[in-house]
Ligand binder design. Structure first.
Ligand code: BGC
Length: 504
């Protein structure tokens, strides 16, 4: 039976003692959150059309951004690069040395906490903080060294329009960021100004999305890799297109066979609300977010929102006169928006005990709520429903890229906290791919599937360094499409490849 259809919860735990009012609610939640096979297929069919639309001149709601990353690595890239990863939680700086041996590298790295206030502060505060972290890194790892500019791959994991690889106009903030004065502008000049103010020996070489970095890092060691995905705080994917299939770039007269990595930004899929089965809770999430109307798909599946969807359902049930969970209890802590994260749901889904005693303790410690056994059954089922929906919907994006490209088999490199840590996410996603792509019995378990989603190499570190290396390689070879200032890049101390391209 497909995992999305109505079926008993994953554990043996009995619903026999659950009173009718709660059972009715569980049934209602199943109707809202279960996405059956036919719906997954319908979503995927619409998704393929929207991917195409994004590449067209008229465009659509999925941006399908050309990234000017125009090759897979051959494994023989060399040189030393900096990589900066401005994710949601941490800021990470890495120095990566790509070694002569195929696919080998050395890495040193430092992490800096991204203060929560920065996400809603000013643009100046953001760029100064980023440059300060880079300065600390260089002073710590290269004290008193007189160095030439180091090429930097900057992983900026937000939608950006790129006419060049070393530039990017932020289309809109996502993942709860809301810094004034950045949207609609090129993020590179203020970044470079902050670097110049501190006299740092850094040359921004490539502005990279985390998905593109993930695809390229994974392809460094696996030639079957065709797609890079992030299932984390946000969700998105990148894949390699050929320039001839990107009508919106036709005016540039690029060789139609040249590869071009496309950052889909498919978190924006179905912003028009044509096909996704949104629940009243998804509608509230959207309305109360800093960017209502944006990232419709992402808001149903990404880590930032899973805990909040769960919280909204529980608050609603508490207020519902027909069932009233947590009756007579103070739910002050539960009332606080975004107080529960995806880790909270993971812990519930991981509770190994039949009597759900761990869930009982988490609710009591974190929220000051004492749950009855039937309430615990409802809580566990709700976490399963939200986690399963996220995994199943996520697979529609991957399936849509494969269908669009007629890829019956390929590897997909995936990264992000939800993919790496959320229980059963991988298996639920693989099962959904099987249903969408009509694989035979025995498939849909992950390993050995025709389309296999595998844990990725470090995209925002090694991936960003590789993209910087590939960009320098193009500049040296005089292939300067999409490089703003190739001469400036040639001043970076770098070693071009010593060996011939591999067999890709
Ligand atoms: C961003 C993408 C990013 C994804 C995963 C989304 O919110 O718009 O650029 O790839 O999150 O980090």
């Amino acid at each position: 039976m497909p995992s999305g259809s109505r079926r008993p919860p994953s554990r043996k735990g009995s619903m026999a003692d659950v009173p009718k009012d709660l059972l009715d609610q569980i049934n209602r939640l199943e109707d809202l959150f279960i996405v059956p096979t036919e719906k997954l297929k319908e979503i995927t069919t619409h998704f393929v059309k929207e991917l195409e639309k994004g590449l067209s001149v008229q465009g659509g709601s999925i941006p399908m951004n050309a990234t000017w990353c125009m090759a897979f690595p051959d494994g023989y890239e060399t040189g030393t690069y900096l990589a900066l990863d401005m994710g949601g939680t941490n800021l990470r700086v890495c120095e990566i040395t790509l070694l002569e041996e195929k696919g080998e590298f050395d890495i040193i790295q430092s992490k800096y906490r991204m203060p929560e206030e920065l996400k809603t502060g000013t643009a100046d505060e953001l760029w100064n903080y980023v440059a300060d972290c880079l300065q600390q890194f260089i002073e710590y790892h290269h004290p008193n060294e007189d160095m030439g500019p180091m090429p930097l791959g900057f992983t900026f994991s937000y939608p950006a329009t790129q006419e060049y690889i070393d530039h990017g106009i932020l289309q809109r903030w996502t993942k709860g960021f809301d810094i004034d004065g950045v949207e609609g502008k090129d993020v590179v000049p203020p970044f470079e100004a902050a670097i110049a103010e501190r006299n740092l020996p850094i040359k921004l070489t490539a502005l990279v999305n985390d998905t593109t970095g993930t695809m390229i890092a994974s392809a460094y060691t696996d030639t079957e890799m065709k797609i890079g995905c992030i299932f984390g705080t946000g969700c998105n994917a990148a894949y390699m297109e050929n320039c001839g299939s990107i009508p919106k770039l036709a005016h540039l007269n690029l060789d139609p066979d040249l590869p071009m990595a496309i950052n889909c930004e498919y978190g924006a899929f179905d912003n028009e609300h044509v096909v996704l089965p949104r629940t009243p809770y998804d509608i509230i999430i959207d309305k109360e977010s800093p960017r209502p109307g944006q990232q419709a798909f992402e808001k149903m599946i990404a880590g930032l929102y899973l805990g909040e969807i769960f919280r909204l359902v529980l608050v609603d049930l508490h207020q519902n006169p027909d069932c009233k969970i947590f009756e007579g209890q103070d739910i002050k802590a539960l009332n606080k928006a975004y107080s529960l994260d995806a880790g909270f749901l993971s812990a519930i889904e991981e509770d190994p005990f039949e009597n759900l005693s761990e869930t009982h303790d988490i609710f009591s410690k974190q929220l000051g709520i004492t749950c009855s056994r039937p309430e615990l059954e409802l809580i566990r089922r709700l976490a399963e429903l939200i986690g399963t929906r996220a995994a199943r919907l996520s697979s529609c994006g991957v399936a849509a890229i494969c269908k669009k490209k007629n890829w019956e088999t390929c590897h997909v490199g995936a990264d992000g906290s939800v993919f790496n840590k959320y229980p059963h996410f991988k298996l639920r996603g693989a099962q959904a791919l099987k249903e969408i792509l009509d694989w035979p019995a025995g498939k849909g378990k992950g390993r050995g599937d025709p389309v296999e989603i595998l844990p990725a190499e470090d995209g925002s570190g090694v991936g960003a360094a590789l993209i910087a290396a590939l960009t320098l390689k193009r500049a040296v070879a005089g292939q300067v499409a999409g490089i703003r200032n190739p001469e400036a890049l040639l001043n970076c101390p770098m070693k071009p490849s010593t060996k011939e391209a591999g067999d890709r």
